[in-house]
Design a protein around this ligand. Structure first.
Ligand code: SAT
Ligand code: MN
Length: 580
C-alpha cells in the first residue's frame, strides 16, 4: 500500500531520509496486519501473552519503568509568537524546536521499521472528523492506534480526497528521559514526539492531535476540542439527554461515561458516546453537538472492579492490551482493587510480596475498542454527533466545591470552567494529590493561550440559539477523617438526574452566591445510606472559603494579563460581590 497524495509521499520520504529505517510499512488497519504485529511483538517480548482461557486475545505490555505517564515538563507548544502559546504552555521557538527534534530523529530508526499510520479522528464520514498520519517506529503504538482511532485504508482515502491532515512524527528513541520531548507546532499542524512509548506521549491521535493541535484548529474554524466524556442518559420514559463532562485525567471520566444505574434506578439506561475527548460544534440551527473523535478507550485499570465499573470490568476480559498491570500466578492481569486473585509479578515483572508497595502501576492502563463496552452508544458513529443538553465541569476536591451546582448562564459557566481546580493524579509524572488550577480540565492539553481560549468559549455560547446549561460537580468531598461523603460511581446518576431535570425545567434549586444548588430534597437520595448532616455538608456554600477561592481565581486570571476577556473578570467580580 502507498498513496496518491503527493504531500504525504514527500513527507514520508523526507522522514525516511532523516530517520533511516530498515523498512517502511504503510498500515492498512486490517485484521491480518494487527495479527502479524502482535505475533512479532510476542516474539520480541514487547508483548506478553496473558492467560488466553480467562482473557482471550489479551496481552500485557511493560513499558520502560521511566516511561509510565505523560511528561508535562517535556511537552511544548511551539508557536511563532510565545504569547500565542500562553503562560499555560511551555514554549520554544519553532525553528529551534525543529532543529533540536530533527537532531534526535537523525538515524533513530536504523534497523527498525517505519510505520505510516493514517487515522481519522471521528466517524469516518463525519464533516466534523479530522485526519492525521502518525509515523512511528513502535508496533505497540500502531496496534494501540488501531484500537483508539479509525486507522488505515478508510482514513487514507479521506486524506487522498485532499483534506488537510495533521503530521505526527514519533520515535521511541532510546527511551531515555534525558532525550524525551513532545513538541507541537500548531501553525503547521505538526507534532514531533521522541523518547517515550507511553500513552498520551506516543499515541499521537489522542492528546497531541485531538486536544492540543485540534484546540488550535478549532479556534480557527469555530468549534471546541475538549477533554470531555460524552454520555447519554435515558429515562425509563425513553427521554435521552447527552452531557459533555470535563474532568482531569484519572478523575473518573471513564467510570461516569459507562456508569451502571444502581438497583434503585431500574429502567434507566446509560449510553457511552466517549470517555475522554469531545469535539463540539454549533450546527446550522444553533444547537451544540458533540462527536467523540476516538474509537477506543485508554483507561486507568486500578480500581476497576465489578462494583465500581462493571461495564469496564467485563469489557476488558477479551481483546484488550494491558500496560503496566501485575500478573497472577496463572498469568491473569491483576491490579489494586480488582476484587479477587493475588499478584505474583508486579508491573515491572519482579516477584511481588505483601509489603512491596503497589503491584500494578497506579497509571496502568487498558486499551480496548469502544464497541466492546456494553453501554456503547451507536450514536458514537453518527456523523452529525449528538445534541448536548449540559456541560459539566468537575474536579477532585476534598473540600469547598459542593456535590453539584449550576452556573447562572453561559458566561458564568465559562468562569466556573476557567476557575476549575483539582488534585493532581498519577496520569502525569509529578507530585500527586496537590490542588492545582486546571481550567476546563485542559491545563495539560490546551494548544494555545488560555486567555484566548476563554474568549473563544464565550463566543461559542453567543453562537448557540440557547446555550447549554453549565454545571460543576465534585464526587470527591471528604470529611475530617478522610472518608468520602458521597458514595459516587453508579449513585452519581442521582446527580445527573437533577442536572437533566434542571435542563428540562423540572427541578427546583436554591439561589446561592456561587450559582444554583439543589436543596436537600431536590436530589433523590432514597435508599442511600446518607444522613441529613452529610447531605447538608455536600450542598453547603462556605462563604469565607469561597471568597478566598474567588480571590485566588482572580490572581490566576491576572497571570494571563490583558488578553483575559473583560466579561470573565466582570462575572468573577459579580460572584465575589454576592459572597460579601
Ligand atoms: O496518557 S494519556 O494522556 O493518554 C491518559 C491521560 O492522561 O488522560
Ligand atoms: Mn484524558
Amino acid at each position: 500500500m502507498t498513496t496518491t497524495n503527493d504531500q504525504l509521499i514527500s513527507w514520508v520520504d523526507e522522514v525516511a531520509r532523516l530517520t533511516r529505517p530498515a523498512r517502511v510499512h504503510w498500515c492498512d488497519g486490517s485484521e491480518a496486519e494487527r495479527e502479524q504485529l502482535i505475533a512479532q511483538m510476542l516474539e520480541s517480548g514487547e508483548l506478553l501473552e496473558l492467560n488466553q482461557d480467562t482473557h482471550p486475545n489479551c496481552y500485557l505490555h511493560r513499558s520502560d519503568p521511566s516511561d509510565v505517564a505523560r511528561v508535562e515538563h517535556l511537552t511544548f507548544v511551539c508557536t511563532t509568537d510565545p504569547e500565542d502559546a500562553g503562560p499555560n504552555n511551555h514554549w520554544m521557538a519553532p525553528d529551534q524546536a525543529h532543529g533540536q527534534m530533527d537532531a534526535l530523529f537523525e538515524g533513530c530508526m536504523e534497523g527498525r521499521t517505519l510505520y505510516v499510520v493514517p487515522y481519522c479522528m471521528g466517524p469516518i464520514d463525519s464533516p466534523y472528523a479530522r485526519c492525521g498520519v502518525e509515523i512511528t517506529d513502535s508496533p505497540y503504538v500502531v496496534v494501540n492506534m488501531g484500537l483508539m482511532t479509525r486507522m488505515g485504508r478508510k482514513a487514507l482515502a479521506r486524506i487522498e480526497r485532499g483534506e488537510r491532515f495533521v503530521r505526527g512524527l514519533h520515535s521511541i528513541g532510546e527511551l531515555d528521559p534525558e532525550r524525551r520531548f513532545i513538541m507541537h507546532f500548531p501553525e503547521e499542524l505538526t507534532i514531533k514526539s521522541y523518547g517515550s512509548g507511553y500513552g498520551g506521549n506516543a499515541l499521537l491521535g489522542k492528546k497531541c492531535h485531538a486536544l492540543r493541535i485540534a484546540s488550535w484548529q478549532a479556534r480557527e474554524e469555530g468549534w471546541l476540542a475538549e477533554h470531555m466524556l460524552i454520555v447519554g442518559v435515558e429515562s425509563p420514559e425513553g427521554e435521552t439527554h447527552y452531557l459533555a463532562c470535563a474532568f482531569p485525567s484519572a478523575c473518573g471520566k471513564t467510570n461516569l461515561a459507562m456508569l451502571l444505574p444502581p438497583e434503585s434506578h431500574a429502567g434507566w439506561k446509560i449510553w457511552t458516546v466517549g470517555d475522554d475527548i469531545a469535539w463540539l460544534h454549533v450546527d446550522g440551527s444553533g444547537q451544540l453537538r458533540a462527536i467523540n473523535p476516538e474509537a477506543g478507550y485508554f483507561g486507568v485499570v486500578p480500581g476497576t472492579n465489578a462494583k465500581t465499573n462493571r461495564n469496564a470490568f467485563d469489557m476488558i476480559r477479551r481483546d484488550a492490551i494491558f500496560t503496566n498491570v501485575a500478573v497472577t500466578a496463572d498469568n491473569q492481569p491483576w491490579w489494586e482493587d480488582k476484587g479477587h486473585g493475588d499478584p505474583e509479578l508486579d508491573w515491572q515483572g519482579r516477584p511481588w510480596a505483601p509489603g512491596n508497595g503497589k503491584a500494578a502501576h497506579p497509571n496502568s492502563r487498558f486499551t480496548v475498542s469502544a464497541q466492546q463496552n456494553p453501554a456503547w452508544s451507536p450514536r458514537a458513529e453518527d456523523p452529525a454527533g449528538v445534541p448536548i443538553s449540559a456541560i459539566v465541569f468537575g474536579g477532585r476536591r476534598r473540600e469547598l466545591a459542593p456535590l453539584v451546582y449550576e452556573a447562572r448562564d453561559w458566561r458564568h459557566g465559562v468562569l466556573v470552567g476557567a476557575g476549575m481546580a483539582s488534585e493532581t493524579t498519577a496520569a502525569a509524572t509529578a507530585q500527586v494529590g496537590v490542588v492545582r488550577r486546571d481550567p476546563m480540565a485542559m491545563k495539560p492539553f490546551c494548544g494555545y493561550n488560555f486567555a484566548d481560549y476563554w474568549s473563544h468559549w464565550l463566543s461559542i455560547g453567543e453562537r448557540t440559539t440557547t446555550p447549554p446549561k453549565v454545571f460543576h460537580v465534585n464526587w470527591f468531598r471528604q470529611n475530617g477523617e478522610g472518608r468520602f461523603l458521597w458514595p459516587g460511581f453508579g449513585e452519581n446518576l442521582r446527580v445527573l438526574r437533577w442536572i437533566i431535570d434542571r435542563c428540562a425545567g423540572r427541578a427546583e434549586a436554591r439561589d446561592t452566591a456561587i450559582g444554583w444548588l439543589p436543596g436537600p430534597t431536590d436530589i433523590d437520595v432514597e435508599g442511600l445510606d446518607i444522613d441529613p448532616q452529610t447531605l447538608e455538608s455536600l450542598l453547603a456554600v462556605d462563604a469565607p472559603a469561597w471568597r478566598e477561592e474567588l480571590t485566588q481565581i482572580g490572581d490566576y486570571l491576572d497571570g494571563f494579563g490583558d488578553r483575559v476577556p473583560e466579561a470573565l473578570r466582570e462575572v468573577r467580580e459579580q460572584v465575589l460581590a454576592r459572597l460579601k
